[in-house]
Design a protein around this ligand. Structure first.
Ligand SMILES: [Ca+2]
Length: 514
């Protein structure tokens, strides 16, 4: 074979560039940090083989799947602010979608900022922080994201722009219908100003290329950026945020075609948790913002369409993850890059006759977390250890050999990567605010504790934690769907007392021995 001199020289040059950021010259691993919006842990690699998620499954095969990872508050900005600052919502003071964590923590060093301060080139794109609440100090260069229309089909885009009074008479989406009061008053679930049926349809299937929607464009930007980062001497921290499967469930038709709607199974527990307070789980006001969604219970036919859309949106997003992973491989960066993927919180697809997030239930607090570290011996393993998203910051810092800032409220789960079955945290904590309860405790905060066996949630006054409005207790050994609150049963009095004592210890009392 006759070598073409110019090409050979180019190949040598590429090789030199690759090695310039590999272990010999720079011991620091790169980080590919993938955020996914509203992704519940219903994926192939979580044992749900009917979901087509081959690319996230690739990360699982090369890494570890955490089956019991919990966000600290099941809605975008509180969860992301907590994760990115390494502190909990009571520290960030971000419990809603309109507060920036810099208001309470003006000088906090975020995850990205910490890597930046230690020589990393830190770049972010797509949805990392919520909405317009970016944080410039996090990045080495300004965060950016491509903008695309929310819908590809003109009719849907037009509906999205219609004012409620312009909608067809008799349509449930016409103005005047009040949103579910509980949702409207207490569950921050959409941009300010959104309201009942004010948006386009909840789903869309269109014969369009992947880059019609935002995630396709974000993948393209990530691919282009990886090429640039590969030219740099410094290690990189690349944060790539995908917005699907967040509502609306829009995806190219080919991803819808991966699923047969007749085979989609509906949630078996289409009822509220028994003996739980009314506010424990809300019906899903966010979904009712979309055109054609009735205010009352969702019919089985519509539920099947919605689930079909959610699954299609997962497969579409997964394909974009795959494109970014392919580029990482093509550039030979995978051997020195830690890949982490997380969904910001779980989601209800009809469980408890409810939709969306916004609660402390297992459906909402439990979210996907996968991490792949080059050379890890436990690749392909799963861990059932209780881990929290607030642990991601210290874990990545430790894996990169960076010091751990003193403000962190989580712990590195690096030891689990060596032994996924070892003893770990005795509990994970989430919380969610609500309006006033019945006891006179005023505005409420539900502090929820997930132990190995139980979920134990105490609803207290936000201003006075000694005022208890309600308690929830679910036994995951006998009731993994949290259908029956057992807290008031006399035979559980001693258990409630024991869990209450553990709950009062909080996260500091649940830390693992390392
Ligand atoms: Ca979200």
């Amino acid at each position: 074979m006759k070598l073409i001199p110019g090409l050979f020289a180019a190949a040598l040059l590429i090789g030199a560039q690759v090695s310039s950021i590999s272990a010999e010259d720079s011991p620091k691993p790169n980080i590919l940090f993938i955020a996914v919006d509203d992704l519940r842990p219903e994926l192939g690699c979580y044992g749900q083989r009917y979901i087509k998620s081959p690319n996230i499954d690739r990360i699982a095969r090369a890494g570890m799947v955490f089956e019991r990872a919990y966000c600290q508050q099941a809605v975008c900005s509180p969860s992301r602010s907590s994760l990115m600052t390494g502190t909990r919502p009571d520290t960030t003071k971000v419990w809603d979608l309109k507060t920036h964590f810099r208001a309470a923590l003006p000088n906090v060093v975020t995850l990205g900022q910490h890597f930046k301060n230690h020589g990393y080139f830190v770049q972010g794109m797509g949805k990392i922080y919520h909405g317009n609440y970016d944080d410039a100090p996090t990045w080495s260069v300004p965060w950016k994201t491509p903008r695309t229309p929310r819908y590809a089909l003109p009719a849907n885009a037009k509906l999205d722009r219609l004012q409620p009074e312009e909608r067809p008479v008799g349509d449930a989406s016409r103005g005047g219908a009040r949103r579910n009061a509980a949702d409207a008053g207490t569950a921050p679930d959409g941009p300010t100003g959104s309201g009942k049926n004010s948006r386009g349809p909840a789903f869309e299937s269109a014969e369009v290329p992947d880059n019609t929607y935002q995630d396709g464009k974000v993948a393209e930007l990530a691919i282009e950026t990886l090429g640039d980062l590969n030219q740099r001497k410094s290690p990189f921290f690349l944060a790539v945020g995908f917005v699907k499967p967040h509502l609306p469930f829009v995806a190219p038709k080919k991803y819808w075609d991966l699923y047969d709607p007749q085979e989609i199974r509906l949630a078996p527990n289409k009822f509220r948790p028994k003996d739980a307070p009314d506010y424990a789980v809300l019906p899903g006001g966010e979904l009712r913002n979309y055109h054609g969604i009735p205010e009352d219970s969702i019919s089985d036919d519509l539920a099947r369409q919605l689930k079909h859309g959610y699954y299609a949106a997962i497969s579409y997003m997964d394909a974009q993850v795959g494109r970014v992973l392919d580029e990482l491989d093509r550039l030979h960066l995978r051997t020195n890059t830690i890949v982490i993927l997380w969904g910001d919180h779980g989601w209800k697809l009809g469980e408890h006759d409810a939709w969306c997030k916004h609660s402390n239930s297992e459906n909402d607090a439990n979210a996907p977390l996968l991490i792949s570290v080059p050379g890890m011996k436990s690749a392909g393993r799963h861990s059932k250890a209780l881990v929290e998203f607030v642990d991601i910051y210290p874990t990545l810092a430790e894996l990169a050999g960076l010091p751990l800032p003193g403000h962190l409220e989580g712990v590195s789960f690096r030891p689990l990567l060596e032994n996924p079955d070892r003893a770990w945290k005795t509990a994970a904590f989430s919380q969610y605010p609500r309006g006033a309860g019945r006891s006179g405790a005023g505005q409420l905060m539900g502090y929820s504790m997930r132990t190995d066996r139980h979920r134990f949630t105490v609803w207290v006054g936000r201003d006075d934690h000694s005022k208890v409005d309600a308690i929830e207790l679910y036994d995951h050994q006998t009731d993994p769907q949290e259908n029956q609150n057992l807290a008031k049963r006399p035979e559980n009095a001693a258990l409630v007392e024991k869990l209450m004592a553990q709950w009062k210890q909080g996260w500091r009392g649940a830390l693992p021995l390392r």
